[in-house]
Ligand binder design. Structure first.
Ligand code: F6R
Ligand code: MG
Ligand code: MG
Length: 397
């Protein structure tokens, strides 16, 4: 049937309640739109899902990656959902639609996009992962494990078809440049970068060194970089193909049995465990989280999406959910202290700098001998008058 494109596009266009969920009326609207787009021949198929307050459209078609009609359809669907969100006074209605109008490509205008064009195999198992309360770099560690780590993926050792390894394409979100690593040869070089997931994110994985054979793709938008201010944490989406010379479904799911720490959570400003969730129970709660991920499994059949099947709701991930709660207990006790709170550089796009700006005038240079005050205070004094005198000398705004 020729090449098929899988387009996964997600956006937060209104939360129910707060930043927690997508209202069922919004999902109904999106499903109607998808049904019409299939009937009208724009899409071969489409599936509407949600993770937390983000809705995701998984679509198949034959118009290739970055097709204007497909992006326009997604944009218009999000706009219609926004109208419902506005009518119901849902929280942050239209939050991720940063542009005033659609301008040819949805990338760079707010929503997250992960698309790949494939030659559909006789059987094509695909998993779409969607996360809430975290950022695109959250996929770095699982992707590394899936495609590069033989302790995760037995096929890297056992399957002759996987011995050729994979090529990993990494994007630098700050400098807008890309680099390719041929793994396993370049493993150490790859890790130099992807261990900094706030800046370097895995965009694609290719089989061997065949650049026209993508086997995984992620969304890499950073809303704050687009908007120049804090607008949420770019909750990401990714598509991974499985089986027959690629990592098996179970090898693709395996990294999510370990709730690794990711940036996001409350106010996009905290590190927390990525909790694997049931598709119907993906709503953040505690401290607006913890960060979470759902896995939607599909068999692509002549471009049709057979599914979704809930991949991470399975009982074999129950212990990971418990572990994530334990880690959340531990992390939360540090409150506003790093490393529970993100490091200062990462707070640049939050509202914290505004608070610091208000306090700026209260800072004074430390003059010569200026360290004597805290020293004398810490030594303690029985003379309360002397202590009061010292306190009066403290700088005031
Ligand atoms: C994080 C997130 C929430 C909000 C928080 C405050 O990605 O969406 O944790 O940051 O609920 O939201 P506002 O500032 O809209 O009241
Ligand atoms: Mg939101
Ligand atoms: Mg969200």
């Amino acid at each position: 049937m020729g090449r098929v494109t899988v387009s996964a596009i997600k956006a937060d266009v209104g939360g129910y309640v707060g930043h927690g969920d997508v209202h069922p009326d919004m999902l109904d609207q999106a499903r109607l739109d998808v049904r019409d787009a299939v009937a009208g021949g724009l899409l071969i198929d489409g599936s509407v899902g949600a993770c937390g307050d983000d809705v995701n459209l998984v679509m198949t078609h034959q118009r290739g990656v970055d097709a204007e009609e497909i992006h326009r359809f997604a944009w218009e669907t999000f706009v219609e959902m926004t109208q419902i969100a506005k009518r119901l006074h849902l929280y942050g209605a239209g939050q991720d639609l940063l542009a005033d109008a659609f301008s040819g490509n949805i990338r760079g205008s707010g929503p997250g996009v992960a698309e790949l064009e494939i030659d559909e195999r006789p059987s094509e198992p695909v998993i779409v992962f969607a996360a809430d309360k975290t950022e695109p770099g959250a996929w770095n560690l699982p992707l590394y494990k899936i495609f590069c780590d033989p302790f995760n993926t037995a096929g890297l050792v056992i399957d002759t078809k996987m011995h050729g390894g994979f090529t990993v394409e990494v994007h630098d979100l700050i400098e807008h440049r890309r680099i390719f690593f041929r793994c396993p040869k370049d493993l150490y070089d790859l890790l130099v970068y992807i261990g900094t997931p706030s800046r370097y994110v895995i965009k694609h994985v290719f089989r061997g060194d065949e650049p026209d054979e993508p086997v995984a793709v992620t969304s890499t938008s950073r809303l704050s970089l687009i908007a120049g201010r804090y607008v949420g944490k770019d909750d990401p989406i990714m598509v991974v193909r499985c089986q027959s010379g690629l990592p098996a479904v179970g090898e693709v799911l395996e990294p999510f049995a370990y709730p690794h720490l990711v940036a996001g959570w409350m106010r996009g400003s905290h590190n927390g465990p990525l909790m694997p969730c049931h598709m119907d129970h993906s709503q953040p709660a505690r401290f607006d989280g913890p960060p979470r991920v759902v896995g939607m499994g599909f068999q692509v059949a002549d471009g049709k999406l057979v599914g979704p099947r809930d991949m991470l709701g399975n009982a074999s991930f129950d212990r990971a959910r418990e572990k994530a709660n334990e880690i959340a207990d531990y992390m939360r006790r540090m409150g506003p202290f790093e490393p529970e709170r993100l490091p200062a550089e990462a707070m640049e796009y939050t509202t914290l700098p505004q608070v610091a700006e208000d306090l700026a005038a209260r800072w004074r240079p430390i003059e010569a001998g200026g360290d004597s005050l805290p020293q004398r205070l810490s030594e303690g004094t029985s003379d309360t008058h002397a202590a009061e005198d010292l306190l009066h000398r403290l700088p005031r705004s």
